[in-house]
Write a protein that binds this ligand. Structure first.
Ligand code: GRF
Length: 224
């Protein structure tokens, strides 16, 4: 087995996606180590989750920096100190600048609670409800300079049901987030992802079963 991938996770809030990734690292499904969790907010519950798993939990307060570039420079410095190879944005509520992007080319991932390119930006679930779509979902993508515009790695769809509220739709989508974000990170850790322009190619798993509502049709097998 290769050396575990070193992951840095950036958060601002609850950290349920962080928790899902921790679980799959701890049970051996993903060959990686979360070497630091960094939050721009001191009260992010994600920091507590990190501490519980003995992961360095760092509060880097954006208000102490002169602007986005200065803040991102501090992020890069911290991520480099920990030897981070993949940056995972998990509910990180900040726009990132080229200072961070250029330091980790094709090595920053984000999860968005809609089927991009539909409904980028904030309140994606409410946007989907307001538009009246019948299917929504979530997208894991590499981060580029735009808002939720980077190359798509994996998506999962969920139905929008009669009577749905932002809360009920968000909960249905989050269950899928917790499945596909660890899957995408695992693919990265296994060296299966290659990016060409907007297109991400995934080296297939042998014997991968096809599923109906998911693209790519490449469900990782259970850990050996
Ligand atoms: C998720 O809904 C994700 O799609 C969005 O922010 C939320 C983070 O939730 N980017 P959590 O902090 O992982 O619970």
């Amino acid at each position: 087995m290769h050396t575990p991938l070193k992951i840095g996770v950036l958060v601002s809030g609850s950290g349920s996606n962080l928790q899902a990734v921790i679980a799959q690292i701890e049970n051996g499904t993903i060959n990686a180590e979360i070497v630091c969790v960094i939050s721009n907010r001191g009260d992010a519950y994600a920091l507590e989750r990190a501490k519980r798993h003995r992961i360095p939990a760092i509060h880097l307060d954006h208000r102490l920096y002169t602007g986005r570039e200065a803040y991102d420079a501090a992020l890069v410095e911290t991520l480099r100190e920990f030897g981070v190879q993949l940056v995972v944005l998990a509910g990180f509520m900040r726009i990132v600048t080229p200072v961070l992007l250029d330091a980790f080319p094709h090595a920053i991932m984000n999860i968005h609670p809609a089927l991009l390119p539909a409904f980028p930006g904030l309140h994606a679930q409410q946007q989907a409800l307001d538009y009246g779509v019948k299917v929504s979902g979530c997208t894991v993508h590499f981060v580029d300079a735009g808002t939720d515009t980077g190359p798509v790695i994996i998506q999962a769809a969920v139905p929008v049901l009669p009577g749905d509220t932002e809360e009920t739709l968000s909960a249905r989508i989050q269950a899928e987030e917790h499945r596909i974000y660890p899957a995408a990170i695992r693919m990265f850790a296994e060296g299966r992802l290659s990016v060409s322009g907007r297109n991400v190619t995934i080296a297939p798993y042998p014997f991968s079963p096809a599923t109906t509502l998911e693209n790519p049709f490449a469900e990782p097998p259970p850990a050996a």
